[in-house]
Design a protein around this ligand. Structure first.
Ligand code: NAD
Ligand code: GLY
Length: 372
């Protein structure tokens, strides 16, 4: 097997490659040389990732003759706020970046999102490269150009579409990722199978356990398949006016659960997505759209892998309230003209967008999930 393979996001003059494989971080400088040009490079990472992987990236940049500065942010979702965003922009301007500068986002989805947004607005837009270090970032957030920060009113409410120039996904960096974070990323992988690729879901039923336990070949296959799926959808609908909305499968419920738990360690984003996908299947069954056997099969797989599908097992002492969850959904940015957007399923591998679900139907399904 070659050291790496490449998936292209086909966006015409803004097309870019995703390089996926082993040893990619150690070759990052050489791989980036063409897109970096003559300007200053600034690596932005978080404290945890800096300790583990900054040295390898730095060495590869130095070996390729690329000079760079480094900015290190605190780890965690709390960093994706306006305060840290303002400080990041200040630090970048103090470093005297110019229009030819490139930001290098080394980290998970938090770093990718805040750095991508900074790149979108600094000097009215400069280039950035994604070097995702979590499974979630490798299969989802580093690809597709959605960048954002969180606001007190909700998650990812201020941001921009700004595509990276290159994405470098090294399978080796996942070896240092805590198992819980691996599972959270796995939820986003399952999502691709559930929305439009039943054979991939079947493959995951056979290989998912090995993947989360660290099997490098299984990880790489899944990252490549996920990036191919995302690249295909983004190339068709970059700004989410249609098909891209399917990538939000499980997210309407997931975001409501995350809002309720405070977007922290109680419930990670991917864990919330897993619960949300399970509830979306239940809702589809309740609406008579999807066979109950498919919902059972999905729940069985998520549970076997170690992803929680029981709302009552989340956190300690959380009392879920269907009405409160529904009100979080109303402030979701996918809500249009007061109609909430749901991604529903006809079966495994066939998802569609619906704005026709009544609040009572959602309340009924949530109440059942809470009572279970
Ligand atoms: P994260 O960036 O917070 O990373 C999770 C934790 O893992 C952090 O503590 C981080 O320091 C640590 N970490 C990262 N890489 C590591 C490594 N290799 N070894 C050890 N520890 C490591 O979280 P995430 O799950 O990667 O991303 C979640 C964020 O992504 C959310 O803010 C979500 O909104 C966003 N997101 C964005 C998109 C998009 O399309 N832009 C899609 C999905 C999710
Ligand atoms: N993660 C959803 C999207 O990129 O559209």
């Amino acid at each position: 097997m070659a050291d790496s393979e490449t998936v292209t996001v086909d966006l015409g003059s803004r097309a870019y490659d995703i390089v996926i494989g082993e040893g990619v971080l150690a070759r990052a400088g050489a791989l980036m040389a063409d897109v970096l040009g003559a300007g200053k490079a600034v690596v932005v990472t978080d404290e945890t990732v800096a300790k583990l992987h900054l040295e390898t990236l730095g060495r590869s940049l130095a070996d390729a003759g690329i000079g760079f500065d480094t900015i290190v942010l605190p780890p965690g979702e709390q960093t994706k706020d306006f305060k840290h965003f303002e400080k990041l922009l200040n630090d970048l301007l103090e470093l005297r970046i110019d229009r030819s500068s490139t930001l290098i986002a080394l980290g998970g989805g938090v770093i990718g999102d805040i750095v991508g947004f900074a790149a979108a607005v600094a000097l009215r837009g400069i280039d950035f490269v994604q070097v995702p270090t979590t499974l979630l970032a490798q299969v989802d957030s580093s690809v597709g150009g959605k960048t954002a920060i969180d606001m007190p009113q909700g998650k990812n409410l201020v941001g921009a579409f700004h595509q990276p120039r290159l994405v470098l996904a090294d399978m080796g960096v996942l070896d240092t990722l805590p198992h819980r974070e691996v599972l959270a990323g796995y939820a986003e992988i399952v999502k691709y199978g559930l929305i439009d690729d039943a054979p991939f879901f079947e493959w995951l039923e056979g290989h998912g356990a090995a993947l989360v336990d660290g099997d490098m070949a299984a990880r790489r296959t899944a990252v490549v398949k996920s990036c191919e799926a995302k690249a295909r959808i983004v190339a068709e609908d970059e700004r989410e006016s249609g098909r891209r909305a399917l990538l939000n499968f499980g997210h309407t419920f997931g975001h409501a659960l995350e809002s309720e738990t405070g977007f922290g360690d109680v419930l990670l984003h991917g864990e919330a997505v897993a619960l949300g996908m399970d509830i979306a299947f239940d809702l589809s069954v309740a609406l008579g759209l999807c066979p109950a056997t498919d919902a059972d099969r999905v729940r069985r797989h998520l549970s076997t892998i170690g992803l929680e599908c029981d709302l009552n097992a989340v956190g300690q002492g959380i009392v879920w309230d269907p009405q409160r969850l529904l009100s979080h959904m109303a402030s979701d940015k996918k809500t249009v003209g007061g109609r909430k957007t749901f991604i529903l399923v006809r079966k495994i591998g066939e998802a569609f967008v619906s704005r026709d679900v009544e609040d009572e139907q959602v309340i009924a399904v949530l109440s059942e999930a809470i009572a279970a």
